[in-house]
Structures are given as structure tokens and as C-alpha cells.
Design a protein around this ligand. Structure first.
Ligand SMILES: N[C@@H](CCC(=O)N[C@@H](CS)C(=O)NCC(=O)O)C(=O)O
Length: 212
């Protein structure tokens, strides 16, 4: 029987898959494990009553498992890994936080209006740390095989590349060759192609945060 998962709809098109990186992480996990699932698109500016009833906190993603709706992408991915261990997407705990500051530093940079406030530099420091890690241990964070930490980073890189390209005409420096290779590997996975939101929806999602 197919699992049910509620994910974010596009902010500018409620019938189309939206730009939530946490939702995409769950969809990527389902795809990589070849688990069949049904998607409910949630318009987060107009949440349906049934959704608020099963998930009062009102955040996406939520997965229906064993007749209960479970929130939080980390919890959901953990359940999927336990219940559907093959193929394993397990990330060794010592690698689980690799790249974990990239999204936060990207958000500060994309919103920044002052080119000298250090936000670009802070992002570059985090990207260089990832590049060094991938050079030593890559091509994925835990080596040859994709694992959960990569499925978490992939949607975040999609936001980073799309939003910084659009709002700042900025690209990841060519010198970070291992990061470039990593992004290429992630974006070319079939699971990623199937679960990504269109670029225009990612840009629409950032518009009001970048230009409030
Ligand atoms: N820690 C949560 C974060 C989920 C989250 O922040 N979801 C956002 C969309 S990307 C959301 O539902 N926002 C709507 C709201 O807060 O009302 C997870 O990993 O699932």
C-alpha cells in the first residue's frame, strides 16, 4: 500500500509541487528507496482543515505511517530508514553535520543588501570546508554512495544555486571543483529530477524574503 506524504505546494501555483527543501528531502528518500507514495500538496498560505487537524503545528512535510501523521523531515527519514532498510541511506553519525552551516549562511547572503557585511565570505568558508571534505572523502559526503546527509543537502544547494544566480548573479567559484562535481552528481540523480520544484517557484518562494 502506498504511503501518504503531505508536502509544500508552490507559493504561486497551489496545484504544483513547491520549493520546500525539507519536503524534497523526504520525497528523495522515498524515491531512492523506491517506496510507492501518494503526495498531498499543501498551500501553506491557505492550509486545508484536514491537514491542520492531523498536524496542528501546520508544517510540511508530514508522512502518514501506521495511521498516524508524523511531522519533521528528520524523524520521517529515520522511520523510512528503519522500516525500509534496503537500499541503506544511513549516514555515519560523525558525518551527519557535514555542510550543515551552508544553508544558514546562504540565507544571510541572499537577503543581504550590503556587499561588505561578510555574508558572502561566511558562505565561502562553509563551501570551502565542504570542498576539502569531498576532496578527501567524496564524491558524496560518506564516499561512493549517496546517503541521507546528501539528500538533505541536495535541495538546499538547489535553492542556493537558483536564488543566488537569480538575485545576485552569483555562482559557486570554479576553484571549488569538488563542490561543483557534488552538485552535478546530486542534480543529475533520477530521484532529484523527479522531485525538484521548477526554478520559477524557488525564485517566487524567495522573492518576498529577499525584497520584503
Ligand atoms: N524542521 C522541519 C521544518 C519544516 C518547515 O519549516 N517547513 C516549512 C516549509 S519549507 C513550513 O511548513 N512552513 C509553514 C509554516 O511554518 O506555517 C522539518 O525538517 O520538517
Amino acid at each position: 500500500m502506498a504511503l501518504e506524504v503531505a508536502v509544500k505546494a508552490a507559493v504561486d501555483a497551489p496545484n504544483v509541487l513547491g520549493d520546500c527543501p525539507f519536503s524534497q528531502k523526504v520525497l528523495l528518500t522515498l524515491e531512492e528507496k523506491k517506496i510507492s507514495y501518494i503526495t498531498h500538496l499543501i498551500d501553506i498560505s491557505n492550509k486545508p482543515q484536514w491537514f491542520l487537524k492531523v498536524n496542528p503545528e501546520g508544517k510540511v512535510p508530514v508522512l502518514k505511517y501506521d495511521d498516524k501523521w508524523v511531522p519533521d523531515s528528520d524523524v520521517i527519514v529515520k522511520i523510512l530508514e528503519e522500516k525500509y532498510p534496503d537500499p541503506s541511506l544511513f549516514t555515519p553519525p560523525q558525518l551527519a553535520s557535514v555542510g550543515s552551516n551552508i544553508f544558514g549562511t546562504f540565507v544571510s547572503f541572499v537577503k543581504s543588501k550590503d556587499p561588505n557585511d561578510g555574508t558572502e565570505q561566511a558562505l565561502l568558508v562553509e563551501l570551502k570546508a565542504l570542498d576539502d571534505h569531498l576532496k578527501a572523502h567524496g564524491p558524496y559526503v560518506a564516499g561512493e554512495k549517496v546517503t541521507v546527509v546528501d539528500l538533505g543537502l541536495a535541495p538546499k544547494f538547489y535553492h542556493l544555486v537558483t536564488a543566488l544566480g537569480h538575485f545576485k548573479n552569483w555562482t559557486i567559484p570554479e576553484s571549488l571543483a569538488h563542490v561543483h562535481n557534488y552538485v552535478k552528481l546530486l542534480f543529475s540523480r533520477e530521484s532529484f529530477e523527479k522531485t525538484k520544484s521548477a526554478k520559477e517557484h524557488v525564485i517566487a518562494g524567495w522573492e518576498h524574503k529577499v525584497n520584503p
